[in-house]
Structures are given as structure tokens and as C-alpha cells.
Design a protein around this ligand. Structure first.
Ligand SMILES: Cc1cc2nc3c(=O)[nH]c(=O)nc-3n(C[C@H](O)[C@H](O)[C@H](O)COP(=O)(O)OP(=O)(O)OC[C@H]3O[C@@H](n4cnc5c(N)ncnc54)[C@H](O)[C@@H]3O)c2cc1C
Ligand SMILES: C=Cc1c2[nH]c(c1C)Cc1[nH]c(c(CCC(=O)O)c1C)Cc1[nH]c(c(C)c1CCC(=O)O)Cc1[nH]c(c(C)c1C=C)C2
Length: 474
């Protein structure tokens, strides 16, 4: 069977890895740009001794998706850099709200005091949940903001859930589906009439649930067992996260998988015997295609033959994010931690700041990443500001929030256009409907990647694995 993958980002490379394992060669991966990795990009300053990550920087070793990623890391023999749960970067997350830097609670004790920006102890939010019955009809969807407000009150929705959504998808919690992050809690609420009640009731079933996913019935990956034993909170890779796609490309290349860079797919034509892909210099027929492309990039490729599929794909919205990496000599941070988020209710132009040099050793440098835009990109950056204006905005807020007044020694500004899909209310049903369309028309096309089954690194790798596993054998 001849297979092909569209896209050489992490999901496409993972699809290549799992296709090779299941069907062998011939297999080709087509990537439009001259490099692999998609949004994963590490800029190593060789002359200095720090790195800038312009996309992701940490991976969480949690659950089946986390275990699956660690299995891949093990196979590739990558040197991992774990951050244990006891590390300051794992314990300290902050909010900038009401004009001050506020530490988020990191232990059950934190539920009982009153800490800004909250005006009530957090346990009261749990009492609110206990006292409130379930109000939505079964199996519906709602925004994560409205769910949090219903169950825990407006303060939690504004100062806990909304910034968390910014810190994961740069989105507006008032539009993002509760099923994006809290599918389980939502189901429990609907089933048992409350989040806390449902969680306590279902707790004893947790291990059963993990087994149900069926990936690691026999043995857990060794690295996953190690991560559990050593209590890793998150990890990166020596040299930065771009090491991962580079290692995958090498691994696939050594096994005769053809990874073609600068070869954009322009159209897909479904034929009686498979698919014809229009590529740089030729039309190439294959039996089955796995697309890892962002939904808005796949849409035009199927428009000619399947306009309604094209329309459904275009219903998955994306946001632009501005990433500003900055470096200063010496340690200038007064407070250590993973970073800070700015709740959207504060109406400031920045989404958050990651303290890279607290997470990983940067040889005495202070390295920060300021993220801006997202759902509010047009409001703050729609006038197409210059790189200098953007850098000035980032450093102004670093000055105001972190009291770092000096100019950065080194900086980079990146505009990431349509980089994060938004799982808005109804996303789950939208994706089911897209996949049903492929089944109904018996199209030899599988869809994986950040558009469909989760936006994190673990999610896109697992998405590739599940989609490859679901391809019928010829
Ligand atoms: C700023 C930022 C921070 C993030 N931080 C984290 C984090 O800390 N932890 C975490 O787990 N995740 C994080 N993520 C998410 C993570 O980066 C993504 O989940 C992941 O990189 C998505 O991979 P992908 O392969 O699905 O998509 P992409 O990376 O978008 O890859 C798609 C590829 O397809 C190619 N392509 C497009 N059109 C065509 C075509 N017609 N033909 C051929 N190729 C084409 C593109 O060039 C691209 O290489 C972050 C994302 C961003 C943007
Ligand atoms: C402010 C913008 C963003 C920051 N990170 C991201 C954006 C858009 C992207 C992102 N961050 C995480 C993931 C993976 C989610 C997963 O499935 O594992 C993605 C796509 C991890 C993450 N980062 C923060 C949180 C709460 C999470 C979720 C998982 C976890 O709890 O570890 C916090 C956080 N993100 C950013 C900042 C400044 C920040 C601060 C505390 C930046």
C-alpha cells in the first residue's frame, strides 16, 4: 500500500512514524516549507549560551497522551530535561491582575486564605458547586466560561479559567467549548449533578479509565514509569524542542521514508483507486493520504470535489499570536516561577510572559517570552505595527509587571499567523461531522493534527497514532 502524509510538523512526522510501523514503505511526507517542525522552532544562540523557543517549550508527561509521547522519545533516544513537581517553575504560576503580580495557589492549603486577585477563599467556589444542581440538558455543549461561572462563580471564570485558556490556546473562554479542557468534569456534572460530587464518585474508577484507552495494556513505556516515579511536572529536550522533529526526520530518513521539503500539496483529487496529489512538479497517485495540515490549509485542497467538506473545515477558526523572545545579562527576576498570565478582563495587550530561564538553565542569562494577540490580535495589532513597536510594547509591560527597566541585550519578534486552532462551542460535533463525511464518501483520507483532537504536543502525536491505527488494511 502506498501512503503519503501532508505536512512535516510534529503531527505529520508522527503520522509518518506510525505509518512506517504499520504499513512500511513506500511512504512520502510532503512539507511546504524548507524545514520540518511546523510551529516548533528553537533558535539556538551559538555565540551566547541560551536558546529562544518561538513555539512550544514544555511537554507534560500526563496520562495516555503523555505516556505515548514518552514512548516515542524512548525510541528516538532523546536526551530529556525534566522539571520535577518540586521545582519552582512547576510550583509557581502567577497572574498579573488588579495592578499586581499574584501567586496562584499551589497546594490545598491555598484554598482557605483570601489571596488577590480573589476576594473570597477558593473553597467557597467549591461550596458554590456543591450547592448548585446541573442545569444543562445532557450532551449539549457550552462555553468553558459559562460552565465555570455556573459551577464556581464569576470570579473563578474571570481570574482562573479565562487566563488558563489564554495560556493554552490564546483564546476567549467565552467562546471556547467546555469540552476542550473540561470534557470529563462537564460529563460528571451532567451525570451526577455537580463537578465535585461527580469527581469524588468517579475517583475510584480512574485507573480503569486509563486502561480503557487500550494503548498500554501490557507495559507502560519505561520513560513514563520513570517520569511517574521521579514526579516530573513537565520536560523539554536538550538543545530545545526542535530537536524532536529533527530527530524524527533523521529516524524516518534512515528507514527510507522520503521526506520532501519545499513541496507544497496544491490539490487532492479522489479517484476510483485512491488519491492524486498535485505537487510541485508532478501529480502523484497514492492509496491513502494522512493530512496533518491546519484545517484552513486542507480546505482549499478538497474544495473542487468536496465543497461542503471544505466549508466544514473552514469552520474551525484560528488565531494569530505575537511571540517576543528577550534576553538580558544576569538574573533580573525578583520572583521565580513558570511565568505569568494576564486575565483578559484586565484588557492589556499581553497574554502572558514565560520565565524561560527559571524553567531551564540559560547560563546566568534572563530569558523571557512575551506572548500577545491571540483572540484579541486585531484589537491590539490589527494596524500592522512595526517590529520595534511590538518589542516596545513587550518591554513596557515587562518593565511594569516585573520591574525590569533595562533594554534587552537580545530580542526577536515573531508573528505566528493562524497558529492555534480554536475549539469553539460545537467543536467536537464539527470534527465528528467532518470525519463522518470522509467515511460516508469512502475517501482514502485521514485527518490528524492540532485542528481536531487537542492542541498540545501530546495530543497531536496521539492524534496521528489513532488515525493511522484506524486506516483499513487493503
Ligand atoms: C506559541 C505556541 C506555543 C505553544 N506551546 C506549547 C507548549 O508549551 N506545549 C505543548 O504541548 N504545545 C504547545 N503548542 C502547540 C504545539 O506547538 C502544536 O500542537 C504542534 O506544534 C502542532 O503540530 P501540527 O503538526 O499539528 O501542526 P503544524 O505545526 O502547523 O504543522 C503543519 C505543517 O504543515 C505544513 N503545510 C501547510 N500547508 C501545506 C501543504 N499544502 N502541503 C504540505 N505541507 C503543508 C506547514 O508548513 C507545517 O509544517 C504551542 C503552539 C504555539 C503556536
Ligand atoms: C499566553 C499564551 C500561551 C502560552 N502557552 C501557550 C499559549 C497560547 C500554548 C500552550 N501552553 C501549554 C500548551 C499545551 C497544553 C497541553 O495540552 O498540554 C499549549 C498549546 C501548556 C500550558 N501552559 C500554561 C498552562 C496552564 C498550560 C496547560 C497545561 C499545564 O497546566 O501545564 C500556562 C502558561 N502558558 C503561557 C504562559 C505565559 C503561562 C503562564 C503561567 C504561554
Amino acid at each position: 500500500m502506498t501512503t503519503a502524509v501532508l505536512g512535516g510538523g510534529l503531527s505529520g512526522l508522527s503520522a509518518g512514524y506510525y505509518l512506517l510501523r504499520r504499513f512500511g514503505n513506500p511512504l512520502t511526507i510532503y512539507e511546504a516549507s524548507p524545514r520540518v517542525g511546523g510551529w516548533i522552532r528553537t533558535e539556538a544562540r551559538k555565540d551566547r549560551d541560551f536558546i529562544f523557543e518561538t513555539g512550544p517549550r514544555t511537554i507534560r508527561p500526563v496520562g495516555v497522551p503523555g505516556a505515548n509521547t514518552l514512548e516515542l522519545m524512548e525510541e528516538l533516544q532523546l536526551p530529556l530535561k525534566p522539571i520535577p513537581k518540586s521545582h519552582v517553575a512547576a510550583r509557581n504560576r502567577m497572574l498579573y491582575a488588579k495592578g499586581q503580580l499574584c501567586m496562584l495557589p499551589n497546594s490545598p492549603r491555598g484554598l482557605f486564605g483570601v489571596k488577590p486577585p480573589f476576594t473570597q477563599p477558593l473553597y467557597k467556589a467549591l461550596l458554590h458547586d456543591l450547592a448548585t444542581g446541573s442545569t444543562l440538558a445532557k450532551n449539549e455543549d457550552e462555553s468553558i466560561y459559562s460552565f465555570a461561572e455556573r459551577r464556581f462563580g464569576k470570579e473563578i471564570a474571570d481570574y482562573a479559567i479565562s487566563p488558563m485558556i489564554c495560556g493554552i490556546c490564546a483564546g476567549d473562554a467565552k467562546e471556547i467549548s467546555v469540552r476542550f479542557l473540561m470534557d470529563g468534569l462537564f460529563e460528571k456534572e451532567q451525570k451526577y449533578g455537580g463537578v465535585l460530587k461527580g469527581t469524588l464518585y468517579a475517583r475510584f474508577k480512574e485507573n480503569v479509565d486509563e486502561k480503557k484507552e487500550g494503548l498500554f495494556d501490557q507495559d507502560q513505556p519505561k520513560l513514563y514509569a520513570q517520569a511517574l516515579q521521579e514526579k516530573w511536572a513537565m520536560y523539554s529536550i536538550e538543545g530545545g524542542l526542535e530537536t524532536l522533529p529533527c530527530a524524527m526526520r533523521k529516524y524516518l530518513g534512515q528507514r527510507d521514508v522520503n521526506v520532501q521539503l519545499s513541496n507544497q500539496c496544491k490539490n487532492l483529487t479522489f479517484t476510483k483507486s485512491g488519491v492524486r496529489m498535485s505537487l510541485r512538479n508532478a501529480d502523484v497517485p497514492v492509496d491513502h493520504v494522512v493530512s496533518s495540515l491546519p484545517a484552513h490549509k486542507l480546505a482549499p485542497l478538497v474544495k473542487q470535489q468536496h465543497p461542503s467538506l471544505c466549508e466544514q473545515l473552514l469552520e474551525i477558526p484560528y488565531v494569530d499570536v505575537v511571540v517576543v523572545n528577550i534576553q538580558y545579562d544576569g538574573n533580573l527576576l525578583k520572583q521565580d516561577g513558570f511565568g505569568l498570565l494576564v486575565p483578559p478582563i484586565e484588557k492589556l495587550p499581553i497574554l502572558g510572559v514565560i520565565f524561560d530561564s527559571c524553567c531551564f538553565d540559560m547560563n546566568g542569562n534572563t530569558v523571557l517570552t512575551v506572548m500577545m494577540g491571540g483572540h484579541w490580535f486585531d484589537q491590539w495589532f490589527g494596524h500592522q505595527p512595526s517590529q520595534k513597536e511590538i518589542l516596545d510594547t513587550a518591554t513596557k509591560y515587562v518593565g511594569q509587571i516585573l520591574d525590569i527597566q533595562e533594554e534587552p541585550k537580545f530580542s526577536r519578534v515573531h508573528m505566528l499567523h493562524k497558529c492555534i486552532p480554536q475549539y469553539t462551542v460545537g467543536h467536537k460535533r464539527r470534527v465528528e461531522s467532518i470525519r463522518k463525511y470522509l467515511r460516508d464518501y469512502k475517501l482514502p483520507l485521514s485527518l490528524c493534527g492540532a485542528a481536531y483532537d487537542g492542541v498540545g504536543i501530546n495530543d497531536v502525536i496521539l492524534s496521528a497514532r489513532r488515525q493511522v491505527d484506524a486506516i483499513p488494511r487493503f
